[in-house]
Design a protein. Structure first.
Length: 146
């Protein structure tokens, strides 16, 4: 397993500012525009970007640190990071957002299901366009459309 801290030349206890500073210094040094045709520099640049991509994200860094310290229950930092992110259609991990409830709220507000584009039952009974804002417009501006 690559040690991303070694790639960036920082300690595991480095602050986000120190990580960013080390990344920028190395990115400038190995940038493909500065090293045209140098395959080794290009590979190093990609490795630096990969390392900083994990370590700059607090969730990715926590997952990577757990794997590096041998405390992760997942096989790789990538798997740990994916497992900690909310999955579509499920309650957001640690965010308190229920995506199913969000979809129901969308249906109530706009009057149709965003996935099927079918009007909700309330709008089917009335038989009007779920996006018709004529009444709200007339009430706001104080006059009726002819």
């Amino acid at each position: 397993m690559k040690n991303y801290y070694t790639v960036l030349g920082v300690l595991q206890t480095a602050s986000p500012e120190e990580l960013k500073k080390a990344f920028r210094k190395l990115a400038i040094k190995y940038h493909p525009d500065r090293n045209k045709g140098d395959q080794a520099a290009e590979a190093k640049f990609k490795e630096i970007n990969e390392a900083y991509g994990f370590l700059s994200d607090p969730e990715g860094k926590a997952a990577y640190d757990a794997k590096l310290n041998g405390t992760s229950r997942f096989g790789s930092p990538e798997a740990e990071a994916r497992a900690s992110r909310p999955q579509p259609g499920a309650t957001g991990a640690g965010t308190g957002i229920d995506l199913n409830d969000l979809e129901r709220s969308f249906e109530r507000f706009f009057g149709f299901n965003p996935q099927t584009k079918e009007p909700t039952q309330m709008n089917q009974k009335v038989g009007k366009n779920p996006m018709d804002t004529t009444a709200a417009f007339e009430k706001f501006f104080g006059f009726k459309k002819k």
